[in-house]
Design a protein around this ligand. Structure first.
Ligand code: ATP
Ligand code: MG
Ligand code: MG
Ligand code: MG
Length: 439
């Protein structure tokens, strides 16, 4: 992308309404724009990051055996009456009437709808297990939308739903998602710790929130510091290996980790004092086994091996990609701007032409830019007629991990400068060497 042809509305002033650093930086970097309370438009730079997060989420869901669908945002109230949740959900649900006075709603989640899709076509245990997911906008009329896309009213969610014949099968499905989440967050360059969460009336131990530690997090969390050093499961892990997956989950639940809602003083006191982490955290994911809570009232049943009809066991598995984008910034920034993990940076390489209009620098930048594009690297070429300082500041603010600075002085010595955003390390290279360093 050439900056001269891009839409990157950088703000010079620090927006006053933004209370936390991720919100400030997302506004300043021109990633998002608020259109109404808790409702945001994603501008080109923000969308690039969001889509890269989605791509990683999707790859890991697919790897774990989940199958992508796309359910609508608008749902019928009747579906929610079947589960009894239409009345229970309360004011967080945005209720709408269509022209025929039919009651509709903007989905805050999709358990009912996916159960309806399932029951319409699955009849036999032989079609199980099944896990369907989508990445779709949700609306929750939060009491206090705040912190930008961290707690917005309209937000993106990846929500997966598993269907199994029995509780043992459901546990394996749960473990698949547990492992997929560990891999997803590791690829996103963050440590998200699975913490015991409330299972409500279902009981049992199959509910975990994935929490990123950050001082601005809304949850109060307690855990063993070992979790900060655990290695994520490898890409070639066998998702069909029931015992193997259980082993990974057992390892990742072997130490104390709970939010304040599930805090148990005795459990935390048993952690050696030097290993106790008591911090704030951001809930970026939540996985949950809820048995036959929806399948029973909604009659989602299959015939078992013995010919008897039974309601299926279900679980749901959410990640909020839009919240994740903000959480990554909370976890990675400095005074100059954002520090993206390479995996989701909006552009991997930025080229700053320090003297636009100069034949040598223009030609060197052009060759470099085309070379990067041809190698499949996302590059932003700042070809505008601007001061070098403004170009450096923009690249740092939006967090481009590798920056190539091309000026007439350096070129006269046959060199350009390659800067690594995160470490600040700088290298002088021949223009022809840059590509070799980056691929
Ligand atoms: P919270 O406790 O923050 O209100 P939740 O427990 O209500 O979240 P879930 O129903 O578990 O959220 O939804 C799954 C995921 O969707 C969450 O883990 C989070 O990543 C994301 N999410 C939920 N609410 C919001 C929101 N208002 N804005 C952005 N992301 C959200
Ligand atoms: Mg909530
Ligand atoms: Mg929560
Ligand atoms: Mg939750």
């Amino acid at each position: 992308m050439r900056s001269s042809r891009y839409f990157l509305p950088i703000l010079r002033e620090t927006p006053k309404e933004a209370e936390i650093v991720s919100h400030r930086l997302m506004l300043r970097a021109g990633m998002i724009r608020q259109e109404a309370a808790g409702i945001y438009a994603w501008l080109p730079l923000g969308l690039r990051v969001l889509e890269k997060v989605n791509a990683i989420v999707r790859e890991e869901q697919n790897r774990a055996g989940a199958i992508e669908i796309k359910m609508p945002t608008v749902q019928s109230a009747d579906l929610w009456r079947e589960s009894g949740r239409y009345d229970d959900y309360g004011k967080e649900m945005l209720r709408i009437k269509d022209r025929h006075e039919r009651e509709m709603l903007y989905g805050p989640t999709n358990e009912e709808m996916v159960t309806e899709i399932f029951r319409a076509s699955v009849r036999s245990y032989k079609d199980l297990p099944l896990n369907l997911y989508h990445i779709q906008w949700k609306f929750r009329d939060e009491v206090r939308p705040r912190f930008g896309v961290m707690r917005s009213r309209e937000f993106l969610m990846k929500d997966a739903y598993s269907f199994d014949l029995d509780a043992a099968g459901a546990r394996h499905s749960y473990n698949r998602m547990f492992v997929a989440y560990l891999r997803t967050f590791a690829r996103l360059g963050v440590t998200a710790i699975p913490m015991v969460a409330d299972t409500g009336p279902i009981g049992g131990d199959l509910s975990h929130e994935f929490i990123i530690l950050a001082s601005t997090g809304e949850s109060e969390v307690f855990c063993h510091k070992d979790y900060l050093g655990f290695a994520p499961p490898p890409a070639d892990i066998d998702f069909d290996d029931v015992a193997g997956l259980q082993g990974v989950v057992d390892h990742w639940t072997s130490r104390f980790a709970a939010t304040s809602e599930k805090f148990d003083a005795a459990g935390f006191d048993a952690v050696p004092e030097a290993d106790r982490v008591s911090a704030r955290g951001i809930e970026v994911g939540h996985i949950f086994y809820f048995g036959t809570k929806y399948s029973e009232p909604m009659n989602a049943v299959v015939s078992g091996p013995d010919g008897k009809t039974v309601p299926v066991h279900m679980g749901s598995y959410g990640i909020g990609p839009s919240r994740v984008v903000a959480a990554l910034i909370e976890a990675g920034h400095d005074e100059a701007g954002i520090l993206w993990p390479d995996s989701v940076a909006p552009f991997t390489v930025g080229i700053a032409n320090l003297k636009t209009g100069n034949a040598e620098t223009d030609a060197a930048c052009e060759t470099l830019y085309r070379g990067l594009l041809a190698a499949g690297i996302d590059a932003l070429y700042d070809d505008r007629d601007e001061r070098p300082g403004a170009k450096f500041a923009t690249l740092d603010l939006i967090g481009v991990p590798y920056q190539v600075l091309v000026g007439p002085k350096g070129l006269a010595d046959g060199k350009v400068e390659l800067k690594h955003r995160r470490t600040g390390a700088k290298d002088l290279l021949a223009p022809g060497e840059v590509l070799d360093r980056l691929v």
